[in-house]
Write a protein that binds this ligand. Structure first.
Ligand SMILES: [Zn+2]
Length: 280
């Protein structure tokens, strides 16, 4: 039976892929849902109520991303992965959401003969990602406790998701690539101008992490024009502003028929260094 890219969340042993289950040598068994994802939260959390993004937020993000507005980011990420010197790479999408970027990265990795896996804490997101990326392995899991063996990934991708640098350091091979997308200072500036009386720019932070060597970042800025209320609403509901916007701001936005917005991303690249072996 082929080996899964994931390991058993209960004992850490390898998992064998069967048609409907993942199974470790110690008898722990995980059902593959009909959509193709598997729940690999540790036993004490597997049956807890749905953590992670709720269905509404996942739906908004799916609707917005399917509009293709962030395609320039997707394309740049694929180019970056395609240019990375690794043979048959294993790519982990840590916080894969509904799989919009995962799907594109599957294509880039497949050209190198590699494999992709993705995790997300949200079952609703994992379900969509699995449907979208049948060639990838998708699991419900936390980025703070990844179901992957030490040094098993060549590329780790994280886009606007919680950062768990200790876990990322553990699962990346020395020399591996950590691709980390964060919002730039002007990201969604015009949206914030509508929502807030005094909008502020995102902080431009110098990111550095133990065990990683920073490579030049790839800046990316572009504009797009939303011309339907539903598109504007979908963009709003996939941002964190949806939780913390004053009522007046949300009402101003709801009145808009169209909105031209700046998207600004920082594609940060780090190479896992090898000199701290044994330390996590
Ligand atoms: Zn096990």
């Amino acid at each position: 039976m082929p080996k899964s890219l994931f390991i058993c969340p209960d004992c850490g042993a390898d998992l064998e892929r069967n048609p409907h289950t993942l199974r470790c040598a110690n008898g722990h068994c995980f059902d593959i849902a009909k959509e193709g994802y598997v729940n690999l939260l540790p036993a004490n959390r597997r049956h807890s109520s749905t953590p992670g993004d709720d269905r509404e937020m996942v739906n908004a993000r799916t609707a917005f991303l399917n509009g293709g507005w962030y395609a320039p980011l997707k394309d740049r990420l694929c180019e970056t992965v395609a240019a990375w010197n690794a043979e048959e790479p294993v790519l982990l999408d840590a916080g894969c959401g509904e799989g919009y970027y995962t799907e594109a990265l599957c294509g880039a990795v497949a050209e190198k003969g590699g494999r992709v896996c993705g995790v997300d804490l949200s079952k609703a997101a994992a379900r969509r990602a699995a449907k979208r990326c049948p060639q990838a392995e998708i699991a419900v899991a936390s980025v703070y406790r990844l179901p992957l063996a030490d040094r098993s990934a060549d590329i780790l991708f994280n886009c606007f998701s919680p950062l768990a640098d200790g876990e990322f350091r553990r699962v990346l091979k020395p020399g591996g690539l950590f691709l980390y997308v964060v919002p730039g200072p002007k990201h969604l500036w015009e949206l914030k101008e509508i929502l807030y009386e005094n909008p502020y720019e995102n902080e431009l932070r110098e990111e550095s992490y133990f065990g990683f060597r920073a490579m030049p970042e790839i800046p990316l800025q572009f504009r797009f024009r939303l011309q339907r209320r539903e598109e504007i609403a979908a963009l709003f509901h996939m941002t964190p502003y949806t939780w913390k916007t004053p009522k007046a701001g949300a009402e101003r936005l709801a009145e808009l028929q169209e909105l031209e917005v700046t998207a600004e991303f920082r594609i940060l690249r780090f190479q896992r260094s090898g000199e701290d072996q044994g330390r996590h």
